[in-house]
Design a protein around this ligand. Structure first.
Ligand code: ADP
Ligand code: MG
Length: 145
């Protein structure tokens, strides 16, 4: 595990950007943390690091936003509104756990309910803790990026 203290949205984005630049195909990143922690901010950086220029925002009415045009495709999922494991299965989540590109999942802690344990090592786990208005503690599985 690694820990990074971010002092600004830009610093959080930079961390994501670094991961994006290093991202290998099939990478799945699971983000957890309260509303406003900075999960989407991190995804913006990830997209930039992949060379994606489109504006990134969380999928609200769909399960996934898909971004092309970069070094690898980015699948951006948000499980905030998915309650039960049954819903996740019917939402077809499984295909995004072996993405043709890179997948990043907000509210990934919701997966722990199902058979896709984040502990199984398939998903790089990232937890963002709010320290104060501008500081965040980001704890993550060090995947060498
Ligand atoms: N160090 C920081 N890292 C990330 N976001 C921060 C930080 N400090 C303040 N913020 C603010 O917190 C909010 C994070 O929002 P967002 O990324 O949408 O969170 P989430 O997706 O986790 O709900 C933004 O308004 C951002 O400007
Ligand atoms: Mg978000």
């Amino acid at each position: 595990m690694a820990t990074f203290i971010s002092h600004s949205p830009a610093e959080t984005e930079s961390l994501g950007e670094r991961w994006g630049r290093a991202a290998q195909p099939g990478l799945v990143i699971g983000l957890s943390g309260d509303l406003g922690a900075g999960k989407t901010q991190l995804v913006k950086g990830l997209a930039r690091g992949l060379g994606i220029t489109a504006r990134v925002h969380s999928p609200t009415f769909t399960l996934v936003n898909e971004y092309g045009g970069g070094r690898r495709r980015l699948f951006h999922l948000d499980l905030y509104r998915l309650e039960t494991r049954g819903q996740m299965v019917s939402a077809g989540l499984e295909e995004f756990l072996q993405p043709d590109g890179v997948a990043v999942i907000e509210w990934a802690e919701r997966l722990e309910d199902g058979r896709w344990k984040m502990e199984d090592g398939k998903i790089i786990k990232v937890k963002i803790e709010i320290l104060n208005e501008t500081e965040r503690r980001i704890i993550y599985d060090d995947f060498g990026a």
